[in-house]
Design a binder for this molecule. Sequence first.
Ligand code: PEP
Ligand code: MG
Length: 586
Amino acid sequence: MKNRVIRGIPVSPSIAIGKVFLYSPKDITFKRIKKKGSVDEEICKFEKSRRKSLRQLRALKSELKKLPTKEPVRLIDIQILFLQDPLLLNSVEKRIRNNKEAAAEAILNLLESLKRDFQEIPDSYISERYLDVKDVGDRLLKNLGEDEIEMELKGHNNIVVAERLSPTETAQMSVDKVSGIVTERGGKTSHIAIIAEALNIPAVVGVNGLLNETESGDEIIVDGISGIVVVNPDENTKRTFEQKEKEAERIQKEFLKHKDLPATTIDGYSIDICANIELPMELGFIKKYGAKGVGLLRTEFLYLTSESIPDEDEQYRFYSEIARVCSPDYAIIRTLDLGGDKVFKTKTKEEANPFLGWRGIRFSISNNEIFRTQLRAILKASSKGNIRLLIPMVSQVEEMIEVRKIVKDIMKELKKEGHPFDENIEIGAMVEVPSVCLLADHFAKVVDFFSIGTNDLTQYTLAVDRGNKRVSGLYDHLDPSVLKLMRVTVEHAHHNNKWVGVCGGIAADIVAVPVLIGLEVDELSLPPSFIPQVKNVIRGLSLKEARELLTQAEKMRSATEVREFLKGELLKRFPSLKNILLEVEK
Ligand code: PEP
Ligand code: MG
């Protein structure tokens, strides 16, 4: 079909046009396990495959070390550790010995059971970590000689289209052969998204129905700015996107030139623009894209990319490094925001509504040891720079009172032990639940600042699961109800002399910039590569007109109306954004 437009989640702000390389690793099934040897033969086969896999990964690691970013190497390290984990060896060996399974069967069965464990985890960060395990499993199977999983890319301008890609598969792609990536699965925070951004490959993930619409060799457009994918574009569409691609490149370059200018409106209103960070490899992006510091460190990643729960020392080193890189600016460290107890494989029953369940601070308060270890590490690191503490998934004032009590107690402990720390460390609450907005006046008495997380605030306000594709059309952070909740929060906070930041996805949405300025929030925190363009728009607006635009937007009935209205207004002021904002009709 000509000109088929499909939408997904934009990952890296650039565009590519090329030919589809359909990547579908052949399903490895039991049918393909040809013949089973004796128990010893199967164990020996497994061991050989494990060693071969280790050799390959080490060789790959030394290749990847040449890349400017360290994340691909870190991911390979995780896989190497997994291959050396005695738990893996024992589980496979047990299956071969006790269940009389062939080596390949044992690996497949283990993968199946791990998959079930991971799927039970509601948090997408964690459930996506199954891909690392699966990646190692596929390599082991391949090295058993039971199947072939090859990715052979010919020529240039390949757009890799896949149901999903593992971190190693992504990292293995040679950048000169792959000009874009589109996957059916994956979210903003998936490994594929992180690696694609690190390698600067235009990518769109979470594209519903992608595989039904594409065949190898099809022409395809990947727009990592708007999340649009066009299969077999007609000449007109192609020309439009080629133009957009050129223009986007030119504009991004232009924006980057001014990345270090302050984010000040034409009538003198200034706002801090900070970076959202998940991993150590992103630290280099803070200065590269002109961020003022870190407005949100999602510490979950430190736990998820470690073999076990990171100890106080490991956390302390990471947090201290962030404080050092950001200095003299601040770094806001958010405590663990895990989605459920399954993470640590405790015996608690599955939750019927995990998003309304044991998340964020609720989890931390009831896992005292994990929480205290993290708080100790953050407090100790606060002696190395300007660190602020942020608490996720708060819904009741009592939770913040409890946090303060625990922090006070830890401070006493550290004092006794002779560790220095910032006694006046600011403690803030994430605003993700509508109750916090409506009771912000009370919260303001027990917090030093607020950080609005629109990703969750939108899902809880509109009752739309942020990860459910069936209702994703109903999800938009520009809904007037969300804007009103944000306004209430800012008004109460400012009335109590508390500052407010915004660290959810709205802060990277260029169309939303006028309303965020109109709200007079004090800080925006967003993925680093989006910072130059957001700063640029702020510098071209006045606070006065932003306030007026917000007032008009709040009177509207729906997110669609707000988005259309703001887009129109933005284009009037910044005609050069036409190519960044342009979308093809569905
Ligand atoms: C948010 O909810 O907007 C937020 C920033 O937190 P996360 O995306 O990590 O849930
Ligand atoms: Mg959140």
